[in-house]
Design a protein around this ligand. Structure first.
Ligand code: AMP
Length: 215
């Protein structure tokens, strides 16, 4: 399975991609996670990416393409992958097409997860993450037991989940990423899935799409 999960910020791409990767036995590749790991490790890549991420903007295409090209060349990704949050621009989609063509393979499907804007804002701004174990809570729907995580770790809001940055990320999505809908629809690889409701139900919707692909 070679799949891309696309969608606005907080559509649930990360949650769904992680689960699909495990179930289909392919790596879950998230450019957002790769950037956050680089920031935490204080690498050059992290320094380059940080300002863009915290402002709700996209990391430049050349930087992003560099990390994806390296990751897709690794042995585990040669047999398949679920890409999460990449591509986010038309040049990135073209770059991905070139990488795959050089490996003589193609994408099976691009799943666009759709969620109304008001819900995206509620999802993102209510999200809290444990600094110690990485567990994700939501102050309304999945609240932590107290002021801290179950493991005792402190809960923080991702800097890019503040209301102002979430609005900026949504605007970035509309202008730079939404054109991919037409791009992949013209290629015949786009499937649109309703991302509202229970995550298990959203998962089942995506699995039905995967099962419809020629695996
Ligand atoms: P995510 O966790 O996918 O929401 O990504 C968090 C942030 O990382 C985004 O808001 C961007 O600033 C940056 N980022 C992640 N993936 C990409 C990408 N494909 N192109 C450019 N920037 C990205």
């Amino acid at each position: 399975m070679r799949a891309v999960l696309m969608g606005p910020p907080s559509a649930g791409k990360g949650t769904q991609a992680a689960r699909l990767g495990t179930e289909f036995g392919v790596p879950h590749i998230s450019t957002g996670d790769m950037f956050r790991a680089a920031i935490a490790a204080g690498t050059d890549l992290g320094q380059q990416a940080r300002g863009f991420i915290e402002a709700g903007k996209l990391v430049p295409d050349d930087v992003t393409m560099g990390i994806v090209r390296e990751r897709l060349a690794e042995a585990d990704a040669r047999l398949g992958f679920v890409l999460d949050g990449f591509p986010r621009t038309v040049p990135q989609a073209e770059g991905l097409g070139e990488i795959l063509a050089s490996q003589d393979v193609k994408l099976d499907v691009v799943v666009l997860i759709e969620v109304p804007e008001e819900e995206l804002i509620r999802r993102a701004t209510g999200r809290r993450i444990c600094q110690q174990c990485g567990r994700v809570y939501h102050i309304e729907w999945n609240p932590p037991p107290g002021h801290a995580c179950e493991c005792g770790g402190a809960l923080v809001q991702r800097k890019d989940d503040s209301p102002e940055t979430v609005k900026e990320r949504l605007a970035t999505y509309r202008t730079q990423t939404e054109p991919l809908r037409d791009y992949y629809s013209a290629e015949g690889s786009l499937a649109v899935v309703d991302g509202t409701g229970d995550p298990d139900e959203v998962h089942r919707r995506i699995v039905r799409v995967f099962e419809g692909c020629s695996l």
